[in-house]
Write a protein that binds this ligand. Structure first.
Ligand SMILES: Nc1ncnc2c1ncn2[C@@H]1O[C@H](COP(=O)(O)OP(=O)(O)OP(=O)(O)O)[C@@H](O)[C@H]1O
Ligand SMILES: [Mg+2]
Length: 410
């Protein structure tokens, strides 16, 4: 359009055949064509030799009567040219139009190229999206699949599961919980196996005695005195076995929480006096003195039967692990709203590295030492369960060779 106006201005200024030829010459080789007509629309000059080619796109050229520049055809998709008309008037007898033909081929080529680029960009983004989708779904689903496999393994009884750490989000927490569950189950399995092995061992020892001594007692020629002695051992071992089985059953009940604690209020001093009556003879037998310090008589909120079981177990240990002619002291006192009961002995004591384990089932310090005193390592496990059932706590202070003090707070 601007070029057409320029040509027109030049033509008005230097109207001559030469100028027209120059204008036509300027547009000869390029994407533009030019036609110069007179006022009737008859072609004076054309940049194309074959001017009919241009003429046919000029149906209205003869009819146009323009005062100003104007676009005659702008349909770049349908026509090979965008056509603009630029009227000129030098004087009354020299006027007409400069008609510019801008080829639409470069535009079409450009649009074609753009279309191709857009298409390519579209395809590329779809591919990229697909890759991201695949990566994301893998990233999200793989941990879930692993967790599913892990839980399936757990349900089949295989607790050897290892899930990688995948972060602190919800998925990570879930994975962590499954891992913890697997570890706990594995630990319980090991503990159970160890426990069963210990029970088997504990039961097999008295059984060996029973079988051995019964065989000896049955032998021909054994005198009555010896036979009586063997039978006594058999009776003693049977008692011990019965006690062990009873304790194990107690412990099993506690584990299942099937035992009940029925708390009531009762006075502490008379309660401990009764216990003293009960255990006094066995302490006397070992020449041990048992003292009770219960200065203030107040009430305790506990299950009397279970508390008695706790105290008897602790006194049994104090008796078993005390040296002869020493003192065992029970002290009862108020501790805030709760009651503290401490049982102190001057016995053989417990090595400090062993104290964390003495409340475990079937745990004994120096296995041989308990066997001679008849312990099986269940007493303190029962005590701990019973204290826990009272929402209480138990602590031990002990030094080897000096004695031990067990303190319960209920
Ligand atoms: N007062 C104590 N002095 C020294 N050692 C103790 C005392 N109380 C407990 N122990 C040690 O702790 C271990 C565990 O005690 P626990 O009462 O559980 O078992 P036990 O006395 O051996 O057997 P059980 O009580 O089942 O007959 C004992 O084997 C013993 O070595
Ligand atoms: Mg004991």
């Amino acid at each position: 359009m601007a070029v057409g106006s320029n040509h027109r201005d030049v033509l008005i200024e230097h109207y001559s055949d030469t100028t027209m030829k120059h204008i036509v010459l300027m547009e000869k080789d390029g994407d533009r064509e030019v036609i110069i007509t007179d006022s009737q629309g008859d072609i004076i000059q054309s940049s194309k030799e074959n001017k009919e080619v241009l003429e046919k796109y000029l149906p209205t050229a003869k009819d146009i009567d323009l005062k100003n520049d104007q676009i005659l055809a702008s349909d770049w998709e349908g026509l090979p040219y965008i056509i603009s008309a630029h009227p000129y008037k030098v004087d009354s007898s020299h006027s007409g139009y400069i008609i510019m033909f801008q080829s639409t081929r470069p535009i079409e080529q450009l649009v074609g190229k753009l279309n191709m680029y857009f298409g390519l960009a579209g395809v590329t983004s779809i591919v990229v999206l697909l890759i991201i989708y695949a990566a994301l779904s893998k990233f999200l689903t793989r941990p879930l699949i692993r967790m599913k496999e892990a839980t399936e393994k757990l349900s089949e009884g295989d607790f050897d599961v290892s899930l990688p750490f995948i972060g602190n989000d919800e998925l990570g927490e879930l994975s962590g919980s499954i891992q913890k569950l697997a570890n706990d189950l594995e630990r319980l399995k090991t503990e159970r196996n160890e426990f069963l092995a210990s029970i088997a061992h504990e039961l097999s020892t008295p059984l060996t005695y029973l079988i051995g001594y019964s065989k000896v007692a049955m032998r021909q020629g054994v005198n009555e005195k010896d036979r009586k002695h063997y039978l006594e051992i058999i009776a003693e071992e049977s008692d011990r076995m019965k006690e062990l089985v009873k304790n194990l059953l107690d412990l099993a009940k506690m584990d299942e929480n099937t035992f009940t604690v029925s708390k009531e209020y009762f006075k502490v001093c008379p309660f401990f006096e009764d216990i003293l009556q009960l255990v006094g003879p066995s302490f006397n037998l070992k020449k041990l003195s048992l003292e009770i310090i219960c200065e203030e008589d107040f009430e305790i909120h506990a299950d009397p039967l279970r508390l008695e079981q706790i105290i008897l177990n602790l006194l049994d240990n104090a008796l078993k692990y005390s040296i002869e002619q020493s003192v065992v002291t029970i002290k009862v006192f108020k501790k805030g709203k709760k009651v503290a009961i401490s049982i102190a002995d001057f016995g053989i004591g417990i090595p400090s590295e062993e104290t964390p384990f003495i409340f475990e089932k079937l745990y004994r310090v120096e296995k041989s030492r308990s066997r001679t005193s008849g312990g099986s390592g269940i007493g303190l496990a029962i005590v701990k369960e019973l204290v826990d059932a009272h929402n209480g706590s138990i602590e031990v202070e002990s030094s080897l060779g000096r004695g031990s003090t067990f303190t319960i707070i209920i």
